[in-house]
Design a protein around this ligand. Structure first.
Ligand code: B1M
Length: 212
């Protein structure tokens, strides 16, 4: 198993989309568990990309092609993470806040929540407070999930929560937040209902907040 995971990680770090797909498929064919491919192959690769960026070895284009490779690997394992035929246990709208374009973590959270039986409205990235307000009104979602990866966009989470309150909708939805720089203290400070450090904890939290 280790050799497949190593090849997958290397392919993502190098931004080699074809090789990522080939190696993820090879791992699946060899019965490596999709969760292991995710947690020990794909996710560590993005951490490595972050380190290379911090160290000045990678720049934005390298991060982008690594992200593209990661996404193609994720697409292959998604059907295995999401089990079919589950009755929706609640409606969740997810989005990366205004000013922030990172979506890999949010997408993963969406996949895991879908797998746990929630109906997901993925709004995408760079989502304004008004767009979150609109989805609460139109889709009557039970929970809003805000993602942010930049310290500079974290305050937009608070702005979004305030806007939802000012629109008179705060009591209608639970709000969960997450992303690499986010902490539980920050969630408490800005009045979110909860924080999750990763996609599997996000699923547990959503079940605690709204699931039956
Ligand atoms: Co950017 N970037 N990036 N980047 N990028 C980071 C975040 C950074 C930490 C890199 C670094 O310096 N080490 C740094 C932020 C520093 C800071 O704010 N202190 C950074 C920077 C600086 C930037 C730019 C400003 C660079 C520039 O232009 N000079 C720029 C900003 C653009 C913008 O958003 N406006 C930028 C751009 C990009 C790309 C577009 C090139 C690309 C994103 C592509 C994409 O997402 N489609 C990118 C990438 C890939 C990264 C890194 C390398 C990887 C992020 C990632 O996908 N991680 C990242 C470094 C790092 O994180 N180590 C970095 C994998 C993913 C599975 O983890 O997203 O943390 P994560 O999600 C986890 C948890 O956080 C949690 O669960 C997920 C799964 O377990 N989670 C939630 C996430 N959302 C949640 C929501 C929840 C609950 C849990 O509830 C709703």
């Amino acid at each position: 198993m280790e050799q497949y995971l190593e090849l997958i990680s290397r392919a993502v770090v190098e931004g080699d989309q074809d090789s990522t797909v080939v190696n993820v498929q090879a791992a699946l064919d060899a019965n490596v568990d999709a969760i292991n491919i995710l947690q020990k192959g794909l996710i560590p690769a993005m951490s490595e990309v972050g380190k290379l960026f911090e160290g000045g070895e990678y720049f934005v284009p390298e991060m982008l092609i690594a992200a593209r490779a990661m996404k193609s690997g994720l697409e292959l394992i998604k059907p295995l993470l999401v089990s079919a035929d589950i009755k929706p246990r609640g409606k969740i709208a997810l989005g990366t806040v205004k000013g922030d374009l990172h979506d890999i973590g949010k997408n993963l959270v969406g996949i895991m929540l879908e797998g746990a039986g929630f109906a997901i409205y993925d709004l995408g990235t760079d989502i304004s407070p008004q767009q979150f307000i609109d989805v609460i009104k139109k889709q009557e979602v039970d929970l809003i999930g805000l993602s942010a990866l930049l310290t500079t966009t974290m305050p937009m989470m608070e702005t979004t929560i305030q806007a939802i309150s000012e629109a008179g909708l705060r009591s209608r939805v639970k709000i969960m937040i997450g992303g690499a720089p986010i902490t539980k203290d920050y969630a408490d400070k800005i009045g979110a209902d909860g924080f999750a450090p990763d996609a599997s904890q996000a699923t547990k939290l959503a079940i605690d907040l709204i699931g039956q």
